[in-house]
Design a protein around this ligand. Structure first.
Ligand SMILES: [Zn+2]
Length: 212
């Protein structure tokens, strides 16, 4: 569902631009609002959320989808943890649909899906691993890297239940905004994928804004 926000970018507490192939890791306090902006369109932002006090509690696609009874994320969706507690609620969305079934790209999946020579291409899982290695202060380990949200990514489910990576439904300037229901660590990989249309074959930057 398309819903817009009244929050002004100038009033944001902080703004971060994330280049394609780069990551963002940081804390978001309970009650703060986070916006991701697809600056140039058709970009996927592969995102994980953790309880800031205990990263073994983390975003769960299964709990989220079961509780809302729908496979797509949009305004009104409550992103839930593996303890089935609310982590964030999507409060504005000008894209209309976000995926949480397709998973993140990895060198292994690139090799299986596309070609052996794709093994050396940069992937979201590498960016997450780099983030948690460069920022040990958040206490997130390799075993905490789990299923994720793909903001702005279009993975329609076909009539017979198949998943397909389709051309994006996002466009330049579209955004999704969510309010934290607990103190969180957010980990975003701005996807460098070049083998499928999730980034329109042209990975571009996204912006992240945080409001009190
Ligand atoms: Zn990716």
């Amino acid at each position: 569902m398309i819903t817009t926000s009244t929050r002004l970018a100038e009033a944001a507490l902080s703004r971060h631009q994330i280049a394609a192939g780069d990551y963002f890791i940081g804390r978001i306090e309970c009650g703060q609002t986070l916006r991701l902006v697809d600056l140039e369109g058709n970009q996927a932002a592969d995102t994980l959320f953790y309880n800031a006090e205990d990263p073994s509690e983390r975003y769960s696609a299964m709990d989220t989808l079961r509780e809302q009874g729908n496979i797509y994320l949009t305004s009104g969706s409550v992103l839930r943890s593996n303890l089935n507690r609310p982590m964030l609620e999507i409060v504005a969305d000008t894209c209309g649909r976000h995926d949480t079934l397709g998973g993140a790209c990895a060198t292994e999946s690139n090799t299986v899906r596309y070609d052996l020579e794709k093994r050396c291409m940069h992937a979201c899982r590498d960016s997450w691993m780099l983030a948690i290695t460069e920022h040990p202060e958040y206490g997130i380990q390799k075993r905490d890297i789990s299923h994720n949200v793909n903001f702005f990514m279009n993975v329609p489910v076909t009539q017979d239940g198949g998943l397909s990576f389709a051309d994006g439904i996002s466009a330049a300037g579209k955004y999704v905004e969510m309010t934290a229901k607990m103190d969180l660590v957010v980990l975003v990989s701005n996807c460098p994928q070049l083998n499928n249309p999730c980034n329109g074959y042209n990975p571009t930057p996204v912006e992240l804004l945080i409001w009190n």
